[in-house]
Design a protein around this ligand. Structure first.
Ligand code: LAG
Ligand code: CA
Length: 483
């Protein structure tokens, strides 16, 4: 009897659980912002404030983007430049991008929409102001002294001129000296690690899904691993380890702690804009060193490289085309970028009337006057290519073709792309691996995702497509754009 009733209870529990699971799946599938299946695509929203990211999350979700990398979130030094964000003075969540309540509200709004938040974690260093000062949330500090968090004993001094990193070929200097005068934390110290972990746990408690580890090259890989191993296992980690040939510290060292940005990728894309044979795209990772795909995060620009000229930027004529190729490539996890137009490298984002907080981001046009938000997450070609990537799933690249300024390939049975990096239109006939039929063109300049009303591309019975691709344009068709 006992057994039977237990059995029955067990049975009804299983049924209840099953019903709950089905309900959960149904709600998840129909909930707001879940019209499109998840992609692996993320986006760095540089200097977007918390209110603005929250407001954009439903659109991001609709456009298939599944995670956002924020700018640094903690209290920082005062000043108009964007890079004050990279000089923490306390771990209060109160910065020019918003306060703790706004941050928490953003995380929960985005999570509800199905978009995860990855926070930029500046844990190698604190501020670099030799004279000290007062942070934007009122915390007083001196160089290498942050009352209540870190004291002078928690920082490296290293004996070079001004304690700065001079020689990047010296491992110890790169990790134990100051990067441009930024007070270098003793990340090997247990108490420093505990303080960093407590801060990251606080952010996880607010619902963030993971972290970019700023200046990871300047933190010994074993320290990053020690910090990361104290966090839940599913925390997404993206280390910033700028690859530089011949240096002793390379990105590969950091893969035990999580993913790592692959700087070679964006640089190689820049070199393919003109001149060199475009077909080298198919050999990506054979001439430059690349991380294994599962560890690599790829990007066409980030906030440093768009200022440092090592990659393309939002103004490059072929930027959208190469962003399309990044999304079309099975290599790595792609990170889109959205920031603001600038001509002065140091210029911060526009401020609110209070002169302290960054103004709300607005997506207006693609004129790119200084200060205008560039809003790549809404550019139709990019939006369409996220869906293309979802359609391509894990199909292999086939039908590789390249000639002059043209490059084309298929993802077998699922998707096809042809690009034209040149200044003249490109006319051709290409072999796809798609079914015969009419398709909408994701490169044509309107958002077609999920709603292919104007098919302009015909795939013939033999699987070929004939088309003319405009200068700096691309043609993109995939199974979900079949009409
Ligand atoms: C990074 N990754 O490793 C960030 O992606 C990069 O944007 C950060 O530099 C750097 N590491 C430190 O977190 C940025 C600016 C620098 C700026 C620094 C600190 O690119 O220009 O340095 O943030 O705010 C600025 C001045 C320096 C000065 C320093 C300290 O440019 O001349 O020495 O502040 O006051
Ligand atoms: Ca360091």
């Amino acid at each position: 009897m006992q057994f039977q009733s237990n059995f029955r209870t067990y049975h009804s529990r299983v049924i209840a659980l099953f019903a709950a699971a089905m309900l959960f799946i149904a709600v998840a599938a129909c909930g707001p912002g879940n019209e499109r299946p998840d992609s692996d695509v993320g986006i760095q929203m540089f200097q977007w404030n918390w209110d603005s990211i929250a407001a954009e999350c439903p659109t991001l979700a609709d456009n298939g983007i599944s995670w956002v990398l924020t700018s640094p979130i903690v209290e920082h030094v005062q000043g108009d430049q964007w890079w004050t964000s990279y000089q923490p003075v306390s771990y209060k969540i109160d910065s020019k991008l918003g306060n703790r309540e706004q941050f928490a509200a953003m995380v929960s709004t985005c999570n509800d929409a199905g978009v995860e938040i990855i926070a930029d974690a500046v844990i190698n260093h604190m501020s670099g102001m030799s004279d000290g000062g007062t942070g934007v949330a009122g915390s007083e500090f001196e160089h290498r002294n942050y009352p209540g968090i870190y004291g002078p004993d928690d920082f490296h001094t290293c004996g070079t001129s001004n304690d700065d990193i001079v020689n990047y070929n010296d491992r110890s200097e790169v990790q134990n000296c100051e990067l441009v005068n930024l007070a270098d934390l003793k990340t090997e110290s247990e108490t420093v690690q505990a303080t960093i972990v407590a801060h990251l746990e606080d952010l996880l408690d607010l619902g963030v899904a993971g972290f970019r580890i700023d200046a990871a090259k300047h933190i010994p890989a074993q320290d990053v691993e020690a910090i990361v191993s104290a966090l839940p296992q599913d925390t997404r980690i993206i280390g910033e380890v700028i690859r530089a040939a011949g240096e002793p510290i390379q990105p590969e060292e950091y893969t035990n702690a999580g993913g790592v940005f692959e700087f070679s990728w964006g640089r190689d894309m820049k070199s393919l804009q003109a001149g060199t044979t475009l077909s080298t795209f198919f050999k990506a990772g054979t001439t430059s060193q690349y991380l294994p795909s599962e560890s690599a995060y790829t990007f066409v620009e980030n906030h440093d490289t768009e200022r440092g000229d090592s990659t393309m930027n939002y103004q490059s004529p072929n930027y959208e085309l190469f962003t399309a190729l990044m999304l079309a490539s099975p290599y790595g996890t792609p990170v889109l970028y959205s920031g603001y137009a600038f001509s002065d490298r140091d210029a911060g984002a526009a401020l609110k009337a209070d002169g302290e907080h960054v103004a709300n981001a607005e997506c207006v046009d693609r004129e790119f006057m200084d200060g205008a938000w560039t809003c790549q997450q809404r550019w139709p070609g990019i939006v369409n290519m996220v869906q293309w990537r979802i359609d391509a799933a894990d199909t292999p690249i086939v039908q590789e073709w390249s000639e002059g300024d043209g490059l084309a390939f298929a993802r077998d049975g699922a998707a096809f792309i042809a690009v034209n990096r040149g200044i003249e239109p490109l006319t051709g006939t290409w072999q796809t691996t798609l079914e015969q039929g009419k398709y909408c063109d994701g490169g044509a300049g309107t958002v077609i995702a999920g709603d292919c009303n104007e098919p302009t591309i015909t795939v013939d019975q033999d699987g070929t497509v004939a088309a003319t691709i405009p200068s700096h344009g691309f043609l993109a068709v995939s199974n979900s754009t079949k009409s």
